[in-house]
Design a protein around this ligand. Structure first.
Ligand code: SF4
Length: 421
């Protein structure tokens, strides 16, 4: 059995074209000599997606039509040499067409394999926008009245480096290998028949004849190499022809240490526009600089300029597999908006420490309450950052120097009044 599979059998109906896609993918990867740990397979919703557990690579299961966006984020953050593959059906490609076009336009380094059996197989055989005119489906018994999109043409015109359309029968691993070896965006559209629905409603159908009759031209379309889109933090420096990027967050180097043994959770809540998320991000990067694992989540109303702004931060000595915070160790409130947002949580808490701005009423709680004059000392704009500084000073969770250095390295450093610390 291949090192890329966890078991020899596959979960698809007998005769389904998905078998050939998986077997050809495995052959292509074997021919390239890559390791399973160098491969990330991102699947979409559809029968093809059940294959996740059968692959010994990294696997991620996306929402319907969103797998290419998910994979693009992964690919942008990986160094050259890793292989990101998307498995998506014609239904998912229809739903997420703009994600595919954008990834092609940006030339993100990934390979999309479209399982085009010309219908939504998992939900009973409804037509997608890749269903050709005349093809009968569950809701078009007389044949689809509309022509299909030429996905390969759309994607090529959007800027893809490599595009191919093949019949999904036998071994087409050579085309997949070519696509995977391209540095940049590649898409292989595999024409298949769903034996459970496509054949049922279109008896006697032959795939090759269908492709010819409906204008599904087979072939490979390529263009000369052009820059690949990567985040600057992972691209080669200086950015040369191998990469372009929009984000410029420098990588975090571990230069400090933390006495934290287990996990420490913090809720920081204040008003929109008063730097709550920025303060939490600075804390997160400072914790990374102290060698900790970190998650940070933000929540705020849709109208981001008014109301509350709340951040949840988890610091941990070991990897974080669940980023929910139910009973935080620390709650920091810097304004009335924050207090109102967190009042139910605070009322129900029986442990932990609440740091509360001196301008606020003290709520009922089982937490230890510490009143501090964050707003009076640092002003509304920097009360949250000063509160984080205060908490670190009082708990010793991180060396305050780690926070200070992170502030100095921030793109906004020249605006933050460091003398307040
Ligand atoms: S329902 Fe169709 S697409 Fe799904 S596994 Fe069966 S043959 Fe394949």
């Amino acid at each position: 059995m291949s090192i890329f599979l966890t078991r020899p059998e596959l979960p698809f109906c007998k005769g389904c074209g998905h078998h050939h896609v998986v077997r050809s993918t495995v052959r292509a990867l074997e021919a390239m000599g890559v390791r399973p740990t160098d491969v990330v397979l991102v699947t979409d919703i559809g029968c093809h997606g059940i294959v996740d557990g059968h692959f010994a690579t990294h696997t991620v299961h996306g929402l319907h039509g969103r797998s290419v966006a998910l994979a693009a984020g992964i690919a942008m953050g990986l160094p050259p040499g890793k292989k990101v593959i998307v498995y998506i059906g014609d239904g998912g490609a229809t739903i997420g067409l703009q994600h595919i076009l954008e990834a092609a336009r940006m030339n993100v380094d990934l390979t999309v394999v479209v399982h085009n059996n010309m219908l939504y197989g998992m939900t009973g055989g409804q037509p997608s926008s890749l269903t050709p005119r005349g093809f009968r489906t569950a809701i078009t018994p007389d044949g689809s009245p509309l022509p299909h999109h030429d996905l390969c043409r759309l994607v090529y015109d959007a800027g893809a480096s490599y595009v191919a359309r093949v019949l999904g029968v036998g071994d087409f691993s050579e085309v997949l290998r070519q696509a995977l070896e391209v540095e940049g965006f590649a898409l292989v559209e595999v024409l298949e028949l769903c034996t459970s629905y496509g054949v049922k409603w279109n008896p006697g159908l032959r795939l090759k004849a269908l492709a010819e009759e409906t204008g599904y031209t087979l072939g490979v379309w390529t263009r000369p190499p052009r820059p690949v889109f990567r985040l600057r933090a992972v691209a080669e420096k200086p950015l040369g022809p191998r990469g372009v990027g929009l984000l410029d967050l420098p990588p975090v180097e571990v230069r400090f240490s933390s006495p934290l043994e287990g996990r420490w959770t913090l809720i920081l809540s204040g008003s929109a526009g008063e730097g709550v998320q920025q303060a939490a991000e600075i804390l997160a990067r400072a914790a990374m600089a102290a060698g900790l694992h970190v998650t940070k989540k933000g929540s705020y109303p849709v109208t981001v300029g008014v109301g509350f702004s709340t951040a949840e931060v988890i610091l941990s000595r070991s990897p974080i597999f669940y980023h929910g915070v139910h009973e935080p160790d620390a709650v920091v409130i810097t304004s009335m908006d924050g207090l109102q947002d967190q009042q139910d949580r605070i009322r129900g808490m029986r442990r932990g420490v609440l740091w509360l701005d001196a301008s606020l009423p003290t709520p009922e709680t089982g937490m230890e309450v510490r009143i501090r004059d964050f707003r009076g000392h640092a002003g509304a704009r920097y009360a949250a950052l000063y509160a984080v500084w205060t908490v670190l000073q009082e708990t010793g969770t991180l060396p305050p120097a780690a926070l200070l250095e992170t502030v100095r390295g921030s793109p906004l450093a020249d605006r933050i009044p460091v003398k307040m610390f």
